[in-house]
Design a protein around this ligand. Structure first.
Ligand SMILES: [Zn+2]
Length: 147
């Protein structure tokens, strides 16, 4: 049996949240001052972190979740279990629309754990946050041009 006990799973979530809190400290939130950290857990247990990165154009800002996913992909990871996202807010701070799309594209129905600096604030499956997603499976179903 390779199933984790509830206790092991809670420990794993805590490690992931803690990694996201540390990543948040490295955020480049020069303009908004809204620091976010993300930690992505791969299927082999590797944790890859990201933070939001702003710049003077504003529009080229990249969210913590996508930084983590792109780092993980560029390191060769292709299968993911969970992502923790941390912001300094009382209410849950879920991923934005573009991040939901990218997380779905590469991570499928991930567990999404939301937390602030002191506690967990929410827990979802990505399919709850992005119902009826667009993805590559739909491309295969489009009518083929007649030869
Ligand atoms: Zn985002």
């Amino acid at each position: 049996m390779n199933q984790m006990s509830a206790e092991q799973e809670a420990d794993s979530s805590q490690m992931l949240i803690e990694a996201a809190r540390q990543a948040r400290e490295r955020a480049v939130a020069t303009f908004s001052k809204f620091k976010v950290g993300a930690a992505l857990e791969t299927s082999d247990g590797t944790i890859v972190t990201g933070c939001n990165i702003e710049n003077a154009t504003y529009g080229l800002t990249m969210c913590a979740e996508r930084v983590a996913m792109f780092k993980a992909l560029s390191d060769g990871h292709r299968r993911f279990k969970a992502v923790a996202i941390v912001a300094d807010t009382d209410s849950p701070t879920p991923p934005c629309g573009p991040c939901r799309q990218i997380l779905w594209e590469f991570g499928r129905d991930l567990e999404v754990v939301l937390a602030n600096l002191s506690r967990e604030t929410g827990r979802f499956r990505l399919s709850q946050l992005l119902p009826c997603p667009f993805d590559a499976s739909l491309l295969d179903k489009s009518p083929k041009p007649k030869a």
